[in-house]
Design a protein around this ligand. Structure first.
Ligand SMILES: CCCCCCCC(=O)CC(=O)SCCNC(=O)CCNC(=O)[C@H](O)C(C)(C)COP(=O)(O)OP(=O)(O)OC[C@H]1O[C@@H](n2cnc3c(N)ncnc32)[C@H](O)[C@@H]1OP(=O)(O)O
Ligand SMILES: NC(=O)C1=CN([C@@H]2O[C@H](COP(=O)(O)OP(=O)(O)OC[C@H]3O[C@@H](n4cnc5c(N)ncnc54)[C@H](O)[C@@H]3O)[C@@H](O)[C@H]2O)C=CC1
Length: 312
């Protein structure tokens, strides 16, 4: 799958020049749940965005969902001026283009944000090919949920200083938080540019060291894992756990609804990675019920079934 993207990229650069302070051209790689959301908020903030995916069908789906979500935003933002709302949607869509060739798209980027599958090897392949072709000033960032930014950045040795983490939350158009992660090598200029970019998109950026799960997922993933174990033990049903956490703890979604929403495949990738890295941590041990769902292709909302059934 990744091979088409890794067509040999020609055109190199010689030094790791300083990161640009003003980010105007953004290449978002991965047109799934997260990449399409980030592309939307960047385009609606007036940036030129190229959304990349290896799969043409995914890009078509992403364009449709972005157009629908922009319509939702416009309806609220321009309640009393529908013509302005239409202009807003048209303007944002005009800022957006798509491509299946990441190298081509990265050539004019100030920022390349990666939101592909949560797999270090796949991310490495991508970044090593992009390192050779993106402009010297371009910042590279990963939206990883659980991997080390420094580990990912090793595939792009030419821009150690221009590499950081930009971790968005799902659904991107709604969730206000942006976790901004710097490695020991990320320059102040890159860090400041990432913080400013987040604010320009209407997000509230916070900073965290490059530690597993940063802030939110370090707390959320063990919570989810414990919820699944609770159901596996037969202590309560998934539905009752969800009701309990919504009505008893004030969460907008219960852990099973949330796991289906973010994707059981992504959740498994995270837990497997941490189980390997921290073999003595019981919280990250494999969970049979989750693994079974993933083995059956039940990834949650995106496949129509996970812990719940979404097929009409
Ligand atoms: C599990 C552990 C494993 C972690 C794995 C990795 C994950 C990560 O790395 C990091 C993550 O993202 S963790 C997940 C974070 N997200 C959450 O916790 C979402 C929780 N759910 C919610 O906030 C609401 O149910 C939600 C906002 C989703 C929906 O709210 P409601 O149920 O009230 O439904 P609506 O009334 O339809 O929506 C509320 C307002 O939001 C607007 N909206 C919803 N979806 C949208 C979308 N996709 N695009 C644009 N707008 C959207 C909707 O229009 C509505 O707006 P108002 O009319 O103004 O209220
Ligand atoms: N699902 C969630 O709620 C959140 C996920 N994340 C992180 O964001 C990243 C993406 O997650 P999702 O959007 O949920 O995944 P997804 O499965 O919805 O989308 C990933 C997309 O990447 C594409 N892709 C895979 N390899 C590629 C390559 N080499 N080049 C170009 N495109 C490629 C796939 O075709 C797919 O469309 C992961 O690192 C995940 O951990 C971060 C925050 C929340």
């Amino acid at each position: 799958m990744a091979t088409s993207l890794l067509k040999v990229c020609v055109r190199g650069f010689s030094s790791s020049a300083a990161a640009s302070a003003a980010i105007k051209n953004v290449t978002v790689i991965g047109g799934g749940l997260m990449g399409s959301g980030v592309a939307q908020v960047a385009a609606q903030a007036g940036q030129k965005v190229t959304l990349v995916d290896v799969n043409e069908k995914v890009l078509g789906k992403a364009k449709d969902s972005i157009a629908a979500n922009l319509g939702r935003v416009a309806k609220k933002k321009f309640k009393d001026a529908p013509a302005d709302g239409e202009k807003f949607v048209a303007g944002a869509l005009a800022n957006l283009s798509t491509n299946t060739d990441a190298c081509e798209a990265a050539k004019s980027a100030d920022l390349v944000l990666e939101a592909i599958v949560e797999d270090l090897k796949v991310k490495h392949k991508l970044f090593s090919s992009l390192d050779a072709v993106a402009p010297a000033h371009a910042i590279f960032a990963s939206n990883t949920s659980s991997l080390s930014i420094e580990e990912i950045s090793k595939a792009a040795p030419k821009r150690k200083e221009n590499f950081g983490g930009l971790h968005f939350f799902n659904p991107v158009p709604v969730m206000k938080l942006l976790e901004v992660i710097r490695t020991p090598f990320t320059s102040d200029e890159t860090y400041n540019a990432m913080m400013e970019w987040g604010k320009a998109l209407g997000k509230v950026p916070i900073t965290c060291r490059d530690t597993p799960g940063f802030v939110v997922n370090r707390l959320l993933v063990p919570y989810l894992a414990e919820a699944v174990r609770l159901v596996e033990r037969g202590d309560a049903s998934a539905r009752d756990v969800d009701i309990a956490m919504k009505l008893g703890a004030g969460y907008p979604m219960g852990p099973f609804e949330l796991a289906d929403y973010v994707g059981l495949d992504t959740t498994k990738f995270i837990l497997d990675g941490w189980a390997k890295k921290f073999p003595d941590q019981p919280l990250f041990k494999p969970i049979k019920l989750l693994n079974e769902k993933v083995a059956q292709g039940k990834f949650g909302v995106k496949t129509g079934e996970g812990f719940y059934n979404y097929k009409k």
